[in-house]
Ligand binder design. Structure first.
Ligand SMILES: [Zn+2]
Length: 160
């Protein structure tokens, strides 16, 4: 019988003018972008953390330190591909992911189909197994003030 495991990921990045805004593996056109050691793709980071957590393999910062210059400005899709190798090496396959992005602006919904195609390709899983949802926070808090973006992910993995 397959063993099923679940994991959870949460992450925040600051939004500032003069930075690119990478989200879900694609670049959004916006006057602000996300700040971080890597390309600061908050959606990919929570997916990585949920998968690593499900496999009990620590977290993204453990594997890809933000003190390590080799990860400076790195495309988070590369980190996600590495995480998939770790998950599969540990004997697991991905069941499904469910994610939520919290962002006031820009509107994420029109970009979700493209993000799903991009992430499915990086992870080598079906688009049907990747759910991406988006919400504003009704102009409340740091997300509502457009100072940051946050995201959540739950992941199911199973032993193969
Ligand atoms: Zn992050």
């Amino acid at each position: 019988m397959n063993k099923f495991r679940i994991g959870f990921g949460y992450d925040v990045h600051q939004l500032k003018e003069g930075y690119d805004f990478w989200l879900g593996g694609i670049k959004l056109e916006h006057e602000k972008g996300a700040v971080g050691h890597s390309d600061a793709d908050v959606l990919i980071h929570v997916i990585c953390d949920a998968l690593l957590g499900a496999a009990n393999l620590r977290d993204i910062g453990y594997h890809f330190s933000d003190q390590d210059p080799q990860f400076k400005g790195i495309d988070s899709k590369i980190l996600l591909a590495e995480v998939m190798l770790l998950i599969r090496d540990a004997g697991f396959e991905v069941g499904n992911l469910d994610t939520t992005i919290c962002l006031q602006l820009p509107k994420v919904n029109p970009h979700i189909p493209t993000m799903k195609i991009c992430l499915a390709e990086v992870m080598n899983i079906s688009e049907n197994d990747i759910s991406i949802k988006a919400t504003t926070t009704e102009k409340l808090g740091f997300v509502g003030r457009q100072e940051g973006v946050s995201a959540y992910c739950t992941a199911l993995i199973y032993s193969v």
